[in-house]
Design a protein around this ligand. Structure first.
Ligand code: NI
Length: 228
């Protein structure tokens, strides 16, 4: 084979090689990975919410620990550049801590809670579908459902009863990127900021106390995806 024929053959092969193209209208993308919810947890001070002392400011703040779970994305491409996406995850569990209140017994680890933060987003992929690299931005609606809220036994021994967190609706902002390893398999990394605002309520003896918490977490996920 002479040199020009060889290069012509290689050129033909290169043209025939499948492009690792991504993200066309009608595609379904499923991603799975490790997802971390890291609450900012800016909170109001703790307040009495009942009776003659209602509104009394007990000071202090609530904080929440971070947690990592299994995250899932289900995405459907409406066009080559716009998709809708649902974020799902196994339930997150966070410690709730109170510090600096005028109720010494309340300070420390008050309890734990679980939540699920399903989020439905519109996502824009600016690159052409032939690109293996597909960065994106998204805007969505989040509903956060709090459940299994439990006081620590120490808090119960100190006279607290019940722990309730109000569910939250809010906006969710995201940036992320897929990198197609093959026609179907992708690497993915994404970051979200979710506006989650809640009110935590408990009873100190007979006295209802509550605290407003802007959970407002950054949510990080890295994983793999598959395109159908
Ligand atoms: Ni907020």
């Amino acid at each position: 084979m002479n040199k020009s024929l060889l290069s012509a053959s290689l050129f033909a092969l290169a043209l025939a090689a499948p492009l690792a193209h991504a993200h066309e209208a009608g595609d379904i993308l499923i991603r799975a990975g490790a997802i971390t919810v890291n609450p900012k947890a800016d909170s109001s001070s703790v307040k009495v919410d009942q009776g003659p002392l209602s509104g009394t400011n007990l000071g202090g703040k609530a904080t929440m620990s971070s947690d990592t779970q299994l995250g899932l994305n289900f995405a459907y491409m409406l066009t080559n550049n716009i998709g809708i996406e649902l974020l799902a995850a196994s339930p997150f569990e966070h410690d709730v801590k109170i510090k600096g209140t005028a109720l010494p017994a309340a300070n420390g680890k008050l309890g734990t809670l679980k939540h699920l933060p399903p989020t439905l987003s519109a996502v824009y992929y600016p690159m052409e579908s032939a690109s293996a690299f597909q960065p994106y931005v998204g805007l969505g609606i989040n509903y956060t459902w709090f459940f299994d809220t439990e006081l620590t036994s120490e808090a119960e021994d100190a006279g607290f009863t019940g722990l309730d967190m109000k569910d939250s609706w809010g906006l969710a902002y995201q940036v992320g990127a897929d990198y197609m390893l093959t026609d179907n398999i992708m690497l993915n990394a994404q970051v979200r900021y979710i506006d989650i605002d809640t009110t935590g309520t408990t009873y100190a003896g007979q006295t209802k106390v509550d605290v407003d918490v802007d959970v407002d977490p950054f949510v990080y996920m890295v994983g793999l995806g598959y395109k159908f």
